[in-house]
Design a protein around this ligand. Structure first.
Ligand SMILES: *Cc1c(COP(=O)(O)O)cnc(C)c1O
Length: 225
């Protein structure tokens, strides 16, 4: 079942790329394994998936431990990170998708032993319940990160509301794309901002059409029938 789901998603990624003349190699599919056990995550790795994500620190550490024979895995932390947990996790991951405050960045700076590839989470939809920097505060936030040499801002991340219409989702993703380009244009050494982490099971096709380079997919990989 997982192999079929994976194959279907890979095909859909190709189709979405073709629609907008992009190359499928530009897209990294990050498999979100938060709803499955290590055994199932292992199946994915055996099928060739090399980017795995969790939204909780304890779950990521647990899976990383059980899958430690697979040296090639890149680990992504996609959820909100509490400052007191930074020291437990920051040297165990390759990518962090939810940087959203200066205090968190400072804690990462203090604890990280290597440069961490970070996405700044932006709350484009304006939903109260969502984490993330407000779009109009993004540039001043990025300026504040200068000098924190453990933080490498490779891109921006957002989530569309679950119940948003196709049109709304498109607007949210294209807004994030414009923000990403405006940061990239500044040619900041510490914030090249070339990447866009957006799109989940229900909206990854739209995200790819709007410029996503990392899509985070959970449910669609593991659903049955
Ligand atoms: C759970 C989660 C996903 C994956 O969502 P699906 O709808 O299961 O594909 C992606 N990003 C974040 C931040 C998540 O928490």
């Amino acid at each position: 079942m997982i192999a079929e789901n994976l194959h279907k998603i890979e095909q859909e990624i190709q189709e979405s790329c073709a629609l907008v003349s992009r190359k499928p190699q530009e897209i990294t599919m990050v498999a979100v394994t938060k709803s499955v056990d290590s055994k199932t995550a292992n199946e994915l790795v055996e099928l060739g998936v090399s980017d795995l994500a969790e939204n909780r620190v304890d779950k990521l550490l647990e899976k990383r431990q059980s899958l430690s024979q697979h040296q090639q895995i890149k680990w992504h932390l996609i959820g909100n990170l509490q400052r007191r947990k930074v020291k437990l996790i920051i040297n165990e991951i390759d990518y962090f998708h939810a940087l959203d405050s200066l205090r968190l960045a400072q804690e990462i700076q203090k604890r990280a032993e290597h440069q961490i590839k970070c996405f700044i989470e932006v709350n484009v939809s304006g939903e109260e319940s969502k984490h993330g920097i407000k779009p109009d505060e993004l540039h001043s936030f990025i300026n504040e990160l200068e000098g924190l040499d453990k933080i490498h801002v490779i891109g921006l991340m957002t989530m569309a509301p679950y119940e948003a219409s196709q049109q709304e989702v498109q607007t949210i993703f294209s807004t994030l794309k414009k923000l990403q380009e405006s940061v990239k244009e500044q040619n900041l050494r510490y914030a090249p901002c070339t990447e866009l982490s957006m799109g989940m099971s229900q909206d990854f096709k739209t995200a790819i059409e709007e410029g996503a380079t990392f899509v985070r997919i959970g449910t669609a990989l593991f659903r049955k029938g």
